[in-house]
Design a protein around this ligand. Sequence first.
Ligand SMILES: [Zn+2]
Ligand SMILES: [Zn+2]
Length: 350
Amino acid sequence: MSDNKMLAARLHEAKAPLIIEEIDRPRLGPGEVLVEMKACGICATDVHTALEGTVPTAYTPITLGHEPSGVVSELGEGVQGWRQGDRVAIYPQVTCGTCTQCREGRDGICARTRVLGMHREGAFAQYLAIPAKNLVRIPENVSFFEAAIMTDAVATPFHAVTRRGRVRPGETVAVFGCGGLGMNAIQACRLSGAANIIAVDTSDFALQRALKVGADVAVKAGTEKTYKEVATANGGRGVDVAFEFVGVNVTIDQAVRSLRRGGRAVIAGIGPERINISPPFFFVYNDLSLIGSFGSDIVDLENLMGLAALGKLDLSASISSVISLNEVNQGISDLEQKVGHPVRIVVGME
Ligand SMILES: [Zn+2]
Ligand SMILES: [Zn+2]
């Protein structure tokens, strides 16, 4: 392959496999950095985009992948503070920096956001051009695989728990849906000082795994009365905060019902159903909050790197397997079919 070419896994049309092909290496604009990719996690969003066609991309063909880490390879005009060879994680949204949310530091909901692999070229490729402001340094003791999944699979629940749910020491929480996001939410709840963490899922496997990463109690979901079992696991009281990582109305309803009076439910699962919960009689009378939580801010990723540097983040259970770029279609389909109960399948680029 010539010097200015690279391999990339590209979506040409939904519901068809990504095509792994040779394309031009990206050219750098001012303020951008060329990063040689080392790892990129496969997200449920890739399943929605590639296999289901329910999450459209801004254009095709487009390189997917929005959970990247790598090494700085080339600096564009005007870039300061970075050197060739620096190990970096990449915040997956390119933000405008000037909308109200950006000015508030809420990058995750920038009015003009451009998400990698959705609105601009993604990271299932050997190289990625990205604004230098999106880079976060990886501590020495953190691997490229861990750093990659931190950008989304870990940062998204961390944001939901610390910024949207604002879990405080001593609070009790229920985590509905203990797949990739829920698993990492449990750890964020633990770090936030939650006193009782109740894992709720329909899968025994997921519940066992949740207990291993720090949940105090496991509740098997699937009945109309799941919320009562949550209360029972919480000494007969509703919980202070419930998190929902499934994106299904039934689960959202159960999460809201599991709250104590004054409690808050944070919804981070994404789905097409209309949210249909209790009447205002119940919702208003009990002073409840229903909070959406999307993605993360770059400062969440910075904070996570700090925790990882101190050895306070254990991601050993969060990486299920590492595959090559050539196997990316298999990885996406394994995630969809939940083959081997994957938390995160990571594409390694070497
Ligand atoms: Zn994602
Ligand atoms: Zn903005």
